[in-house]
Design a protein around this ligand. Structure first.
Ligand code: SF4
Length: 165
C-alpha cells in the first residue's frame, strides 16, 4: 500500500503529549477558512510512501505517534491499515487529527473503522472565529481532544485528560 505523505517529523511536541512522530497525510476536502496549510488539500500531493516504510520510521524511535494532514480520515481504509499496523506492531499511543466531527465519524461505518486503533481523536474543522492560540493541541475551541475508547464505551464524548495538569 502506498500512502501520500506530506511530511514526517520525528520528535515533535505540538501535536499531542510528549515527543511524537507526526505523519502528515495529503488531502483534505473541508476547506476551512484560515486553514494553516492549504497546500495539504491536494490528495495527490506529497510523496507516495509504502506502509512498510512508515512502520519502520515509527519503530525507529521511542516516540508515540500522531497522524495529521490534511485530513487522514479522507482515506479511512488507508488510515485504518496504518493505525492497525502501528498499534499491533508497536503498541504505541496514537493521536489522529481530522476535520470531521466525532458525530460524523461515529455515524459512518467507513469513517469509524480506524477508531479501533486510535487513542485520541482531535475532531472538527478549524473555525477561524473560534481560533484561540492558548488552546492545547488544537486551533479553535470547537475542536475536542476525544478519548476514543472511553467515548465509545460510554456512548458520550469523553475528553482526554491531561495527566500533566
Ligand atoms: S480540516 Fe485541517 S487541513 Fe483541512 S481545511 Fe480544515 S484546517 Fe485545513
Amino acid at each position: 500500500m502506498q500512502i501520500n505523505v506530506l511530511d514526517i517529523i520525528e520528535g515533535t511536541s505540538v501535536d499531542g503529549p510528549g515527543l511524537r512522530t507526526a505523519i502528515y497525510l495529503a488531502g483534505c476536502t473541508h476547506g476551512c477558512k484560515g486553514c494553516h496549510n492549504p497546500q495539504s488539500w491536494d490528495e495527490n500531493g506529497g510523496n507516495p510512501t509504502s506502509l512498510e516504510t512508515l512502520i519502520q520510521i515509527v519503530k525507529g524511535n521511542d516516540f508515540d505517534v500522531t497522524i495529521s494532514g490534511g485530513d487522514p480520515f479522507l482515506h479511512p481504509e488507508q488510515l485504518a491499515e496504518l493505525c492497525r499496523h502501528i498499534k499491533t506492531q508497536t503498541g504505541k499511543n496514537i493521536w489522529c487529527y481530522t476535520g470531521y466531527t466525532w458525530q460524523q465519524i461515529c455515524n459512518s461505518a467507513k469513517l469509524s473503522e480506524p477508531l479501533k486503533w486510535i487513542d485520541v481523536v482531535v475532531d472538527g474543522p478549524f473555525i477561524e472565529a473560534l481560533r484561540n492560540p492558548e488552546l492545547l493541541f488544537r486551533g479553535s475551541s470547537n475542536q475536542r481532544l476525544i478519548d476514543v475508547s472511553k467515548s465509545l464505551s460510554t456512548g458520550t464524548i469523553s475528553e482526554w485528560l491531561n495527566p500533566f495538569e
